[in-house]
Design a protein around this ligand. Structure first.
Ligand code: SAH
Length: 491
């Protein structure tokens, strides 16, 4: 999968400014590991007159097939020949869009700390994708890119085999775009339209895909004549999400039409949330349930174990009753994102005294974690292999031993209610297991008994009469006069 972005320079501006915008040095070849393979970024040409950046994604087809099948529970693997004989590694598609957003994140967001003036500049751009799967062919490519301000949109059909023209065309086109655009706008268009053209979005669609679509569509999607088709395909033809996206785009379009500020657009979007009672995303319901449980427990000094990108830490900072907040994660990358999200470097002294981020693994005891009022483990245990779980149990309930432990995990029974989750799949590719309500309760009661805690269970999200809630939560409370067993010792 291959994509190039070129620009030409002018007397005031060398073409190599592209390197600043992409946050990738023109003199270097860099490789990034993404969820589907390795992405390479390099510059086939980098002079003041002309500069071209190339993004090459080397997909691991076997990983892709495995991932597509999910690390599900038991049963025969549904290996079809088609999965092995697939064209994913060769064609630009949704995977390239994912790589694009991972590798050029700041450029997509229009950020450039080294040269803050650059992202706003309109540049002469040429973008080329030699093999783009396009369901709908060159005609659809023109309908999609035509209204977006490009001077040239070329979508030449790629013959199935150059040697045998009589075989006709493949489903690929060679895409060339030329025009004067801001780089961030061009990248956002590609981020949305590559998977739309491919029409085979490979990942699970969750409700935050609508937010991603709106964010990436900022400034161009609302007024696009094909926004219905774009939204529907981008959201894998999920009806309710598409409807939701279109309603929100309509509000944006109306606001754009009266020249309202972006600020007002955001408000308008938020108002519909209230008036139409759109469902609150599960992640938000989970965070609210955790905050309520922490407040009920009267916790002031809180550990967020497996804090990920710091969303809960941020919410905790917003409530002064939480005086000390410690986020712990094994992933340095997640912690870096959390630090950025929290703007730790720009935080006032008082706020920053309340928060600490620590790198560490919950599979090991850690002295730094003792003496807290409460620990939260939100959607963490399912990321550990089952044989590692007792080590976490000991580290949290035996060693750190906060008075309260609030723990959430998916309820696998609810998976049949996710319209877009194929039967037998877990919700996230890194989930090592997902439990039924009964399995979770049995585990939690056993751990509570072993370490001297009482445990209560609470549903999070829509509590379905048949399959229960999407998220299950256990609140453990320490029984004071309990003697902690040593690691590995059963009660
Ligand atoms: N608590 C967050 C993130 C959940 S994702 C939320 O609710 O949104 C799971 C997180 O657990 C990831 O950030 C992962 O890096 C972290 N994690 C997985 N295994 C871990 C371990 N052994 N020690 C510490 N963190 C771990």
């Amino acid at each position: 999968m291959f994509l190039t972005i070129s620009t030409t320079g002018s007397p005031e501006r060398p073409a190599t400014d592209l390197g600043y915008l992409l946050h990738k040095h023109p003199g270097r070849t860099q490789a990034f590991s993404t969820s589907h393979g390795t992405a390479h970024v390099f510059y086939p040409e980098a002079t003041a007159q002309r500069c071209t950046a190339a993004l090459l994604l080397e997909v691991d087809p076997v990983a892709l097939v495995r991932r597509g099948r999910g690390k599900g529970r038991g049963g025969a693997p549904d290996v079809a020949l088609a999965q092995y004989v697939n064209d994913r590694p060769y064609a630009a598609s949704s995977l390239l869009a994912v790589a694009l957003s991972a590798v050029f994140r700041s450029a997509l967001a229009g950020q450039c700390t080294a040269r803050p003036d650059l992202p706003e500049q309109v540049l002469p751009l040429r973008i080329e994708v030699p093999a783009l799967p396009a369901r709908g062919g060159p005609e659809l490519v023109h309908r999609l890119f035509g209204p977006l301000g490009w001077d040239l949109v070329e979508a030449g059909p790629v013959p199935l085999d150059e040697q045998f023209p009589e075989w006709g065309d493949s489903r690929y086109v060679r895409l060339v775009l030329e025009g004067e655009l801001r780089l961030a706008d061009a990248l956002r268009q590609l981020y949305v339209l590559l998977p739309v053209l491919d029409d085979a979005k490979h990942y699970w669609i969750s409700s935050d895909e609508v937010d991603k679509l709106l964010r990436a569509g900022d400034g161009w999607l609302a007024a696009h004549p094909e926004n219905g088709l774009i939204s529907s395909r981008y959201l894998a033809r999920h009806k309710r999400l598409t409807q939701n996206a279109l309603e929100r785009l309509e509000l944006v379009r109306l606001a754009e039409a009266d020249g309202s500020e972006v600020e007002e657009i955001d408000n308008a979007v938020d108002e519909t949330r209230d008036t139409q009672e759109r469902p609150v995303p599960l992640a938000v319901q989970r965070r609210d349930a955790i905050l309520t449980a922490l407040r009920t427990a009267g916790a002031a000094r809180v550990l967020d174990l497996g804090c990920g990108q710091g969303q809960l830490v941020q919410a905790l900072l917003g409530d002064v009753s939480f005086t000390e907040i410690v986020g712990v994660d094994v992933s340095v990358r997640a912690l870096n994102t959390a630090a950025k999200r929290l703007r730790l470097d720009r935080m006032g002294e008082r706020q920053s005294a309340r928060v600490t981020l620590l790198q560490g693994s919950l599979a090991y005891t850690d002295k730094r974690l003792t003496g807290y009022d409460a620990a939260v483990l939100s959607e963490v245990i399912e990321h550990l292999d089952l044989p590692r779980l007792p080590a976490l149990e000991y580290a949290v309930f035996g060693s750190a031993r906060p008075r309260t432990v609030i723990l959430t995990t998916p309820n696998v029974e609810y998976n049949v209610r996710w319209e877009t989750l194929p039967a037998g799949h877990v919700r996230h590719r890194d989930h090592r297991f997902e439990w039924t309500r009964e399995e979770f309760a049995a585990w939690a009661r056993e751990v509570a008994g072993r370490y001297g805690y009482g445990v209560e269970f609470l549903p999070v999200g829509d509590d379905d009469p048949e399959v229960g809630p999407p998220t299950q939560m256990a609140v453990f409370t320490a029984v004071t006069d309990h003697e902690t067993p040593k690691e590995g010792e059963a009660a």
